[in-house]
Design a protein around this ligand. Structure first.
Ligand SMILES: Cc1cc2nc3c(=O)[nH]c(=O)nc-3n(C[C@H](O)[C@H](O)[C@H](O)COP(=O)(O)OP(=O)(O)OC[C@H]3O[C@@H](n4cnc5c(N)ncnc54)[C@H](O)[C@@H]3O)c2cc1C
Length: 485
């Protein structure tokens, strides 16, 4: 039996395609990564079918690229060496909502749209990164350790026990989902670790090179009973960061983030380009958004306590900070911002980063918040050298874990039809990344053109990773051409 006939037999002919028109959709995305065609796409219905596809591909050394979302931004799912797209979008079931253990178990193809709506009906939510597209897989966001806007939790933590298919086809469960009889067992899969080794970390940020996750457990929490959204305009980002050092370690605030005028204008604009132009020119240089929330227990008292603390700190230590329920000059923002922070970006609206000029390249990394002003100066200097207007760099600072660290994101907007602009953004992006790496930026996701810069710096680490990869994926079938494999 030939390869295509065998794959079609595993998933059923309706769920197999080698039609070039269908394959084209997987060959490119919103990034400037060169296009790459797969040979076919399969859409499995369950873990057993995933296992059979992967086993067959491993035995025949055929590349497999797992895809769980319907929208992609940085080339990770573009086949670099052809092969099979393993499209997980049919595996889109929410398997359990378990309030007692505050967890939801769901398959890889479940989107933000589906999960947020289903949980909301029962009074629950999961913490979210900033504006995830509605059609994106929730699983991949957490696999990729996208930092949530809610800085109270460990950003890599909400993932709990999961099931994976190894590159040789074996099905494997980790953490407390590994016990016999799961899910009808006493153990509910709330513990991602052990017994012994924490395998789940092996899969985070692995870009599908170590295997395929079929379902996962994720922590969930109650929707707050009451929220108060606060804003502060800032000209001096350092002043705002000092304030965050003072309040976030005291566990004040749920969602907390800083956006510059360009990013915030693009997020808020409804009518393009009029709204955007008006907001961009009138918003303050930076806006701090801080949400204080009362959950199930004594919500009013909790908010009152946080507000009291904030008032005290501002009065005595940060008298210039204008923290209030309204951003001066922007009435109505309070009502508008909470749904933006708590719901995915609607599928029908153009994604805000693409609305500015058609496409966007994001450079992001982790650092200590106190170093942020230095990186901003750095990016402005490099942009100026390349003739990229400083005022057209989008900036987003996301505090992580009570301001222990932060994600810094610089957005370079460009016209995807303009080769010259692409060349400028690409050169600027690569130079800034190389320089920032030397200045101590931590690229937690060194993908694409960043991979060689980062892995070169950590030769022993990359060597060990390659040895491990050979053990788990002896025929190097899983998403080849990504990371250092
Ligand atoms: C340089 C860069 C720029 C970015 N720009 C943007 C942006 O402009 N806007 C935005 O919203 N986000 C952006 N992101 C964030 C990115 O989209 C997120 O990291 C997101 O969390 C990944 O989701 P995805 O489904 O789109 O990823 P995908 O690219 O679809 O998947 C991520 C990786 O996981 C693998 N994978 C997919 N499913 C599985 C599975 N079931 N098991 C194992 N592996 C799997 C894929 O093969 C891929 O390698 C950017 C990320 C980077 C690194």
């Amino acid at each position: 039996m030939d390869v295509k006939a065998k794959l079609a037999k595993i998933v059923g002919p309706k769920n197999f395609s080698d039609d070039p028109a269908q394959l084209k959709a997987y060959s490119q995305d919103f990034s400037y990564t060169p296009a790459g065609m797969p040979n076919c796409v399969v859409k499995p219905a369950n873990s057993e079918e995933v296992s059979a596809v992967v086993k067959f591909c491993s035995e025949n050394s055929i590349p497999v690229v797992p895809v769980s979302s319907k929208i992609h931004f940085y080339g990770a799912t573009i086949p670099k060496e052809g092969g099979v797209i393993l499209d997980m979008t049919r595996m889109n079931k929410i398997l359990e909502i378990d309030p007692e253990n505050r967890r939801v178990r769901f398959e890889a193809g479940v989107t933000w749209d589906k999960l947020t709506k289903d949980l909301e009906k029962k009074g629950y939510r999961v913490i979210m990164p900033l504006t995830p597209p509605a059609e994106r897989s929730v699983l991949t966001d957490f696999m990729e350790r996208e930092e949530p806007t809610n800085q109270v939790y460990d950003y890599g933590e909400p993932l709990e026990a999961m099931e994976v298919v190894w590159p040789t086809g074996e099905i494997f469960r980790m953490g407390s989902a590994s016990v016999n009889g799961y899910p009808d067992s006493m153990s509910k899969g709330g513990n991602p670790s052990g017994p012994g080794l924490d395998f789940y970390r092996f899969f985070q940020c692995a870009q599908g090179t170590m295997g395929i996750v079929t379902w996962t457990n994720l922590k969930m929490e109650s929707i707050p009973i009451k929220d108060k959204v606060l804003f502060a305009p800032l000209e001096d980002i350092g002043y705002g960061i000092d304030f965050l050092y003072r309040i976030l370690p005291r566990r004040i605030g749920q969602e907390v983030l800083l956006l510059n005028n360009l990013d915030l204008a693009a997020i808020l604009a409804e009518k393009w380009p009029d709204d955007f132009d008006r907001l961009y020119t009138t918003l303050p240089t930076w806006t701090l958004i801080l949400v204080v929330s009362g959950l199930l227990r004594r919500p009013e008292e909790k908010i009152a306590y946080e507000e009291h603390f904030l008032a005290d700190v501002i009065k005595n230590e940060f008298p210039d900070l204008q923290l209030g329920e309204n951003l001066p000059g922007f009435p109505g923002l309070r009502k508008k911002i909470l749904p933006i922070l708590r719901r995915p970006w609607p599928a029908k609206a153009p994604y805000w980063k693409n609305a500015v000029k058609g496409a966007c390249q994001s450079l992001f990394f982790h650092t200590r918040p106190m170093l942020v002003p230095q990186f901003i100066t750095g990016v402005e200097e490099i942009a100026a050298q390349y003739g990229y207007p400083i005022g057209e760099i989008g900036m987003y600072i996301q505090p992580i874990e009570h301001n222990r660290a932060c994600r810094v994101e610089f957005n370079f907007f460009y016209d995807p039809a303009d080769e010259e602009e692409i060349a400028v953004v690409r050169a600027l992006y690569n130079e800034a990344a190389a320089e920032f790496l030397n200045d101590g930026a931590i690229f937690t996701r060194p993908y694409g053109e960043l991979a060689s810069i980062v892995y070169e710096k950590a030769a022993a680490y990359a060597r060990t990773l390659k040895r491990l990869k050979k053990t788990f994926d002896p025929n190097n079938i899983m998403n080849p051409g990504n990371l250092c494999f």
